[in-house]
Design a protein. Sequence first.
Length: 344
Amino acid sequence: LVGRVEARMAGFGTALFRVWLEDDGASDPARGDANASEPLSFTLVSTPRNLPPFFTPPAEVRVPFGTIDDQVLHGFATGVSPGSPQDEGQGLTFSLAAVSPDLPLFEAFSVDAANGTLFYRLVGGASGTFAVSVALEDDGGWEDGSQNRSVTTFNLTVAQDSQADVLFDPVISLEEQPPGSPLLSFSRHHFTIAGAPHPQLAPQVVTFNVTAAPSSDDLFSAPPSISPTGALSFSLLPFANGQYEGRVALARADRPACSEGAGNGTCGSLRFLVLVAPVNQPPRFEMPPFHALLEGAGPVVLRGFLRGVTAGDPYEDEGGQRVSFSVAVADGAGLFLRPPEVDG
């Protein structure tokens, strides 16, 4: 017989239990009957556990494209809770946990835990909708199954106004290119100029000035440039891959205020990214096309027969790959007592 004590916990602290055992036999004290044992006692100690703090952000925050000054959003974090009543008094700290897609978005980001006010500053040229994850952490610790951190996500949309001076897709993604690749032009990622002049007049009116980043020499044979009509073009170095962040400024002869940087902010520095993904290149080797032997030569070992063995180009990307040879006799298999093998 095993006795089990069941209790539903609703808090923490100390509880004293008294437990006794009864049977269904006689219980007449005059006869000396006793159907109950002496009570035993035990103490149950429930240790408090730190619960994660939480808050509620708005589902979406929208800002106009070209917003580059400091932003203040009162009431961003509402319903801020330390986690449970016993966690009252803990210190709370907000921090930026992640941004998706993983692109530069903020130059500054903070939330005042005292009143839930959000302070932020966007990088120049940011555009699109981003999932922004914000962490809230307390100082109550995480030992013994406790949790002191939660992450909540909201959408931040940097909207491109149809009246803005420039509309564009800020991310160009492609794969690395082999030698001899032509100049690449991206009509799908072109820069559209609101109120643009006729294409024949564009060279006299519109100028895009692209500022090359330090990484451009490692990626491009011809760096990015933007034509007066907004076409983006560049050439990649063979097998080059990585990320390039470009900055471009727009000058318009028909809008002097824009050229002087006193417009609505969209004529200032805009940011665009070129993401070049690596592509696995096939391994290479060299061997002579002909080798002569005498009949009955017996076991033959041709040392150094295969030369120039490489995992592929560029070596810094694929030099760590392992290679193995395979041999197939296309004609004349009857010449061999044992099929040829290559020792890598």
